[in-house]
Design a binder for this molecule. Structure first.
Ligand code: SF4
Length: 223
């Protein structure tokens, strides 16, 4: 079966998936998006990197906003920046650079996202890409990332799981975890409330403080 363009998922969804599968499903299956301070600053942070430009830099040439695609992993996306480092006697070496807001955060899976970009570029350009970098805008620090077999394996496994999740079309239930503290969807997801209730009906009862035994009409209405 040939995959259609509809089967492709955004590379950035891998980061979401590894942060929390429920968050990924709320975004990609239910189309629920809520901004918080992290997402808004992230959008602003990407503005410069997203401008489509192609210019010379200290390391060779850099191109902003290249569209990426992997037919093998069925992923699409845009690279913030791809540098092309000159190599004597050979083609320039592509080197993807992903811009991130602030400093490195514990739960972000930026390395997987960057590795997926490299896999796309390898497929598109037909040359191996051994490393790239994450640029942390707030600290102005750049961290090199090597695309090891372990990281490539993690990236490919995440891509397969992403397609499984989207194809199934079922949002997993919430599981409270440390990531919830920085999650923009916490007010929509209600992990601490829903995990104590088995169903939406239970949740409505908890909001109205109605016990199932004392209000049969309500039970019929919400079950
Ligand atoms: S609040 Fe927690 S469980 Fe809910 S989507 Fe965010 S990280 Fe996942």
């Amino acid at each position: 079966m040939n995959p259609s363009d509809d089967d492709y998922q955004p590379i950035s969804a891998l980061n979401d998936l590894l942060y929390c599968e429920r968050r990924c499903a709320l975004h990609r299956i239910e189309n629920v998006w809520v901004d918080n301070v992290h997402t808004v600053s992230g959008t602003f942070s990407h503005e410069r990197a997203d401008r489509p430009v192609d210019w010379k830099c200290d390391t060779g040439r850099e191109v902003h906003g290249i569209w990426l695609k992997s037919d093998r992993l069925r992923l699409v996306g845009k690279a913030d920046v791809v540098e092309f480092h000159p190599v004597e006697g050979g083609p320039d070496q592509p080197f993807p650079v992903e811009y991130k807001r602030g400093k490195r955060r514990k739960w972000d899976n930026d390395d997987v996202q960057l590795c997926a970009q490299a896999i796309c570029l390898e497929e598109m350009l037909g040359i191996p890409i051994p490393r790239g970098a994450i640029y942390h805008i707030k600290t102005k620090r750049r961290r090199d990332v090597e695309f090891t077999p372990t990281l490539r394996n993690k990236t490919e496994t995440a891509a397969r799981r992403l397609h499984e999740l989207i194809d199934a079309g079922v949002t997993p239930p919430p599981i409270p975890k440390p990531q919830c503290d920085g999650c923009s969807l916490v007010e929509v997801c209600l992990p601490k409330v829903l995990v104590k209730t088995n169903t939406v009906a239970d949740y409505v009862r908890s909001l109205w403080k109605v016990s199932p035994e004392t209000d049969k009409d309500l039970n019929e209405e919400i079950e």
